[in-house]
Design a protein around this ligand. Structure first.
Ligand code: ADE
Ligand code: ZN
Length: 334
C-alpha cells in the first residue's frame, strides 16, 4: 500500500524563505516597488529555471530577491509560504533567511527580520503552524562581513534560534567561519551549516568539529566517506536532505539515483525538505511524494523520516511529544 503523503503531518527543517518567492509574487512585488525585472513574463522566469550546478542557481536566485524592499514584501513572501505549509499539512517549520542578500542592497536588517517574524507569529496564531528562524551567513562573502551581520542580529536574538551557512560551497570551507560561529554559540545561538551538498566530506567534518553544528544541511556527499557515515549514525547527526533540489542542481542525475534510501537504511538521521521550492518544482509534500515514488519508500520509511524530523527540530520535549502524537495518529489510520 502506498503511504498517504497528503495527510502525513510534516516538519520542515530546510527552507530558504527567499527560495519560496514564486514568479507571480516576484512580478507583483516588482510592480509594487517600481522595479524592472529582466523577464517579460512569469513563463519566461520559469523557463530560466534550468540549472547546471549550485552556482548557476544562486546567480538567478539572488537576482530574484531584488524585488524585496519593505517589511510588507518580506511579510507577503513568508505568508505565502505558510499558506503552502498549511496545504501540505506542515505542523512546524524552521526557516532560513539570508540578511546579507538584502542589507548589501541597502535594505535595513530590521525591515527584513520584522517582516518575516510578523508573518511567523501570524502563522502560529492563525494557522497553528509553529516555527523557528535561522540566520544564514553567505559563505562567498568574507568572515568579517558575517561577523558584522551577527552583530546586527544581536538586538533581535529573541527572534532567532540558530545561525547557519549557505551559498557557494566549493572553495568556502566551514573553517573560514570558525570565529563567527564561536561567537554565535557564545551568544546563545545553535548552529547548523550547509555541507556536503556539492562539497567534499571534509567540509561535513569541519562543520561538525569546528562549527559544532547540531545538524548538517544536505550532507549527501558523506556517502564517499564510510567512517564519516558511521560517525553520523553513532552521533545521530541529522541531515536535512532536499531531494528535488539535488536533482535540479545536478547533484544526482535522477531522483531514482538519490542516496536518501541508502543513508536511511544505514541508520543516518535523514529528513526530507524543500530547500528553494519556488525554484526546484515542489514544496515539502511534493518532495515526499516524488521521493517515495522514485525510491519506492514504504510506510515505515516515511514514518522514520518523519520521526527523524521531529527529533532533529529545535523544539522542547513537550512540543516534540505533541508532534509525535500527531504522527502516531497518522500511522495508525493508514
Ligand atoms: N541558498 C539557497 N539555496 C541554497 C542551496 N541549495 N545551497 C546553498 N545555498 C543556498
Ligand atoms: Zn539550502
Amino acid at each position: 500500500m502506498t503511504p498517504n503523503i497528503e495527510t502525513l503531518p510534516k516538519v520542515e527543517l530546510h527552507i530558504h524563505i527567499e527560495g519560496s518567492l514564486e514568479p507571480e509574487l516576484m512580478f507583483a512585488l516588482a510592480e509594487r516597488n517600481g522595479i524592472q525585472l529582466p523577464y517579460a513574463s512569469v513563463e519566461e522566469v520559469r523557463q530560466a529555471y534550468q540549472f547546471s550546478n549550485l552556482q548557476s542557481f544562486l546567480d538567478i536566485y539572488y537576482a530574484g530577491a531584488c524585488v524585496l524592499l519593505t517589511a510588507q514584501d518580506f511579510y507577503d513572501m513568508t505568508w505565502a509560504y505558510l499558506l503552502r505549509c498549511q496545504a501540505d499539512q506542515v505542523r512546524h517549520t524552521e526557516i532560513f533567511f539570508d540578511p546579507q542578500t538584502h542589507t548589501d542592497r541597502g535594505v535595513p536588517f530590521a525591515t527584513v527580520i520584522e517582516g518575516i517574524s510578523q508573518a511567523l507569529r501570524d502563522g502560529e496564531t492563525q494557522l497553528g503552524i509553529s516555527s523557528r528562524l535561522i540566520l544564514c551567513f553567505l559563505r562567498h562573502l568574507s568572515a568579517e562581513a558575517a561577523m558584522q551581520t551577527l552583530e546586527q542580529a544581536l538586538p533581535y536574538r529573541d527572534h532567532l534560534i540558530a545561525v547557519g551557512l549557505d551559498s557557494s560551497e566549493t572553495g568556502h570551507p566551514p573553517e573560514k567561519f570558525q570565529a563567527v560561529f564561536d561567537r554565535a554559540r557564545a551568544e546563545g545561538f545553535l548552529t547548523v551549516a550547509h555541507a556536503g551538498e556539492e562539497g567534499p566530506p571534509e567540509y561535513i567534518r569541519q562543520a561538525l568539529d569546528l562549527l559544532q553544528v547540531k545538524r548538517i544541511d544536505h550532507g549527501v556527499q558523506c556517502i564517499h566517506d564510510p567512517a564519516l557515515v558511521d560517525r553520523l549514525v553513532a552521533e545521530q547527526i541529522p541531515l536535512t536532505v532536499c531531494p528535488l533540489s539535488n536533482v535540479k542542481l545536478c547533484v544526482f542525475d535522477r531522483l531514482e539515483q538519490h542516496n536518501l534510501k541508502q543513508l536511511l537504511g544505514r541508520g543516518v538521521c535523514v529528513t526530507v525538505n524543500s530547500d528553494d521550492p519556488a525554484y526546484f518544482g515542489g514544496y515539502i509534500g511534493e518532495n515526499f511524494r516524488a521521493t517515495q515514488q522514485a525510491l519506492n519508500l514504504d510506510q515505515e520509511a516515511i514514518y522514520q523520516l518523519s520521526v527523524n524530523a521531529i527529533n532533529a527540530a529545535f523544539l522542547d520535549s513537550a512540543a516534540k511529544h505533541k508532534l509525535q502524537q500527531d504522527l502516531e495518529a497518522w500511522r495508525h489510520t493508514h
